[in-house]
Design a protein around this ligand. Sequence first.
Ligand SMILES: Nc1nc2c(ncn2[C@@H]2O[C@H](COP(=O)(O)OP(=O)(O)OP(=O)(O)O)[C@@H](O)[C@H]2O)c(=O)[nH]1
Ligand SMILES: [Mg+2]
Length: 284
Amino acid sequence: MIMDINWYPGHMAKAKRIVKESLKLVDVVIEVLDARIPASSRNPDMKEIAGQKPTLIVLNKYDLADPELTGRWIDYFMKSGFSAVAVDLIKGRGVQKIPALVRQLVAAKMASLELTGRRPRAARCIVLGIPNVGKSFLINKLTGRRAARTGYKPGVTRGRQWIRITDNLELLDTPGILWPKLEDSETAFRLAVTGAIKEEVFSLYDVAGQLIELLAKKYPEAVMKRYKLQHLPEEAGELFRLIGISRGFIGAGGTVDLLKAAQSVMKEFREGNLGRITLEQPEQ
Ligand SMILES: Nc1nc2c(ncn2[C@@H]2O[C@H](COP(=O)(O)OP(=O)(O)OP(=O)(O)O)[C@@H](O)[C@H]2O)c(=O)[nH]1
Ligand SMILES: [Mg+2]
């Protein structure tokens, strides 16, 4: 069973408090999800935490996700009242759309500020997400190297700073870390294979085993091609044995190194070498 030791209740309560405090300072939430697991990488308490704040959902790691399913997820989130965009933060694809999308989300609010005679101001946003979804990469991409610190503002908790993205968009320089939901084993599995849960707290062999069985079933051609296999057994141990033989993972006594096969399947899945694979679909 997978357990994330980092997220016992005390930690969760503290993270929640920090995020809630930050949220008072912003107009818009940018919630980063892993495009391969848009449901499982959402924080279960997000609705309660973000309240009515306009939210832009960023489906990151688009380079690793199934493009068609990503499109369906974007539709799904838009129909649910969010703004949504797919990005690849390694190549920087899609990031340039974010400032305009954020401005759209605050257009009504800014207009009403003006109507009541207040000066128009920059929209303020924060990046939120569970571990490893790409929050830091996003902040770096949005701010670039020219990142101009706008300095401390009154009311801003010490240690937090605003970075100017455009003339009318500012970003809190530190992301808010959310905790993943681990209530069911399928969600935990998806978080583990995509790297959201640290490897110390789950059995790599078991998770990779579940992964290779799933891949063999759903993407048989990709698996056979990648590992040069003639046929596909259903069971993980047997799959790893064939993959180990094919890759030459043979130990001293001539035995196949199953763990090494499992490790390489996990690594290659995460690097996208088995194709662009999304592990969950939006509900109909
Ligand atoms: N393939 C791919 N990898 C990405 C992308 N964006 C980020 N990564 C990888 O994901 C990992 C995590 O990115 P970070 O920006 O550090 O994630 P984070 O959300 O700040 O993680 P924590 O600080 O642990 O909460 C890094 O190893 C990146 O290389 C992407 O668009 N595509
Ligand atoms: Mg980070």
